[in-house]
Design a protein around this ligand. Structure first.
Ligand code: GLN
Length: 200
């Protein structure tokens, strides 16, 4: 059965995610309402601006349905701003920053600093077969704390030599600091498709 996967299409680079889903053989659909959400077997929260996406989630009446769907085990993936929205705690966010709590983690917004606003790095993700991921970071968050149930999928060494967590999974929730959707590497999207197939 073709996996029907929604991409939250309120703001941000949702088109790039839809393209990746097509490449994976999944049926990608835009999600803007509760009705849209109830018709999908998995969901992607894209990169963009987490404060704007969060505000639009609330305004579109999607906060409670999203929390319920995630709580019921809907497979989800968040990239960059999407990672921030899936976190349980956000540092350097706005006071009203939305955190859906899909993954027990603390993320820091815009963590890599202004001088390194955007960069590319090879990230080893041992659980994904093949070469390292070419990870594109754009004003990206990193993960500062994870709970016991969180699996760390990938890290990157920052300018000061510290290792920072940039890809995680907890149960059916997956998040990356970087943007697989702006590359041709479909492995993260394929992993989400697999999670959806297994869940349904
Ligand atoms: N800095 C953005 C935020 O806080 C995320 C950037 C991105 O998604 N590329 O939402």
């Amino acid at each position: 059965m073709t996996a029907r996967i929604g991409v939250l299409a309120l703001q941000g680079d949702f088109r790039e995610h839809l393209r990746m889903l097509t490449q994976c053989g999944a049926d990608g659909v835009k999600v803007r309402s509760e009705a849209d959400l109830s018709a999908v077997d998995g969901l992607i929260i894209p990169g963009g601006e987490s404060t704007t996406i969060g505000m639009l989630i609330v305004r579109n009446g999607l906060e409670a349905p999203l929390r319920a769907a995630i709580g019921a085990g809907l497979p989800v993936m968040g990239t960059c701003a999407g990672m921030i929205l899936l976190a349980s705690e956000v540092l350097d966010g706005r006071p009203d920053q939305l955190a859906l709590g899909a993954i027990d983690m603390t993320v820091r917004r815009n963590a890599f600093g202004r001088q390194v606003d955007s960069f590319e790095s090879a990230v080893q993700v041992p659980s994904l077969p093949g070469p390292p991921i070419t990870a594109v970071f754009i004003r990206a968050p990193w993960v500062e704390r994870v709970g016991d149930r969180v699996q760390i999928l990938g890290t990157v060494v920052t300018e000061d030599g510290t290792d920072r967590i940039v890809a995680v999974r907890q149960g059916n929730a997956l998040a990356t600091s970087f943007h697989p959707e702006v590359t041709d590497d479909v492995r993260f999207h394929a992993l989400l498709v697999d999670m959806v197939q297994e869940a349904s």
